[in-house]
Each structure stands twice: as structure tokens, then as C-alpha cells.
Design a protein around this ligand. Structure first.
Ligand SMILES: [Zn+2]
Length: 219
């Protein structure tokens, strides 16, 4: 017989269920519930409802038998094929091998998944390290910029100092100080110098005398 379609299997189940309901109704209401009519009404007549349920059960049983025969034939064909192969495994051995292969495949997939998770974690850590490096580089760039600004400021200060020394050198009187008996410098007009105070021209000459060594030291 032809293969039962999913729709016919579903319809068969419905017809069997309908027959059960009809029997339950007859048991509940008594023999008077038994209905038969002329002309026949398949959806209402008790005999037709029960017959349809029984026929559907028979169809499903036939389907089971057909499938069992197909299964046996398939096993025989597989068995014949196995005999032709090296190792001559039985149908049962082949089944066990297939199940073992599926288990191994599932385990391998689990392992692949685990490796993927581990790699994602490693990527995450690497990204974290890269961010730290970028932050450190930014801080280094900031420090370099600050150092360049400080260097520029120092260069500017040095240029100003050299300019002031040049001006001071032009203004200082080359003649030596001549002191009176009060300690004042007669030559340059600083007459009220206190003990320990120097004539500014003498002090300027001392500063200018340091010029050469200081420039050498800063260079
Ligand atoms: Zn003086």
C-alpha cells in the first residue's frame, strides 16, 4: 500500500479519537445513544464513526508493517554491503561505530567551542594590553611635549641672560674703584657704602668675570 502522508496520519489519529468519544458517549447515555440513519450521516452515525476509527487504526497498523519491512530490507542491504567491506562488520557493529563517531564529533565540537572561547578571552586581554600601551605612549608624548616647552623656556632665559650681560658689560666702568677712608668708592660716586657692601661696578665686574665659565657650563 502507498505510504501514509503526514496529513493522512493526522486524520487517522483524529478519527480514532472521534471513535473513542462516541464509545464514551454510548457508555454514558446507554443504548439509546446508538445512532444510525438513512441516508447515512458519516459525522453522526455511531456505526460509521466507529468503523472509521477502526479503519484508521488498521491503516496505521499497515503503515507500521510496511515501515518494518522497509527497515528490514535496509538492514539486509547494509549487511550485504558490510560483507563486501574489509573487516566484515555486522549491522549492530556499524550502528555502534556510527554512534561512537557521533559522540566523538560532539566532543570535538565542544572542544572547538572551548578553544573559540579561550581565543576570545586571549583577544580581550591583548586588547586590554594594547590600550595600556596606547595610554603609556600618550603619557610619554605629553611628557616629551612638556620637556620641549621647558627646554624652549630655558633657551629663552639663557638668551635674555646673555643680552643682560652684554648690556652690563657696556655700562660697567673699566676704571678700578678708589676708596676713601670711609670705605666709599670715589671713582664711581658710591660714597655711602656700608661695611661689607661693594661698589656696584666691582660687583658687575665679578659677575662678568664668571660669564665665560658659566656659558661653558650651560652649553
Ligand atoms: Zn667703584
Amino acid at each position: 500500500m502507498a505510504e501514509l502522508t503526514p496529513e493522512r496520519r493526522s486524520e487517522g489519529g483524529r478519527l480514532i479519537e472521534r471513535a473513542h468519544e462516541e464509545i464514551a458517549a454510548i457508555c454514558k447515555d446507554g443504548p439509546s445513544r446508538w445512532r444510525m440513519s438513512i441516508p447515512a450521516q458519516p459525522d453522526r452515525d455511531s456505526d460509521l464513526i466507529l468503523s472509521a476509527g477502526l479503519k484508521a487504526g488498521g491503516d496505521l497498523l499497515a503503515e507500521v508493517e510496511r515501515l518494518r519491512a522497509e527497515l528490514e530490507a535496509a538492514r539486509e542491504m547494509i549487511g550485504d554491503a558490510l560483507v563486501a567491506l574489509p573487516g566484515r562488520r555486522s549491522w549492530e557493529q556499524l550502528r555502534d561505530d556510527i554512534l561512537a563517531n557521533r559522540k566523538a564529533r560532539d566532543e570535538a565540537q565542544d572542544l572547538v567551542g572551548q578553544r573559540a572561547r579561550e581565543r576570545a578571552e586571549a583577544d580581550r586581554r591583548a586588547n586590554g594590553a594594547l590600550k595600556l600601551i596606547e595610554k603609556a605612549e600618550a603619557e610619554r608624548d605629553d611628557a616629551e611635549q612638556a620637556a620641549r616647552a621647558a627646554q624652549a623656556h630655558a633657551d629663552q632665559m639663557r638668551a635674555e641672560r646673555d643680552r643682560l650681560r652684554t648690556l652690563l658689560g657696556d655700562m660697567v666702568d673699566p676704571n678700578p674703584c678708589t676708596f676713601d677712608h670711609h670705605g666709599g668708592c670715589q671713582e664711581h660716586g658710591y660714597l655711602s657704602l656700608q661695611p661689607g657692601e661693594k661698589c656696584p661696578h666691582a660687583g658687575a665686574k665679578e659677575v662678568l668675570a664668571l660669564d665665560g665659565t658659566e656659558v661653558d657650563r650651560d652649553a
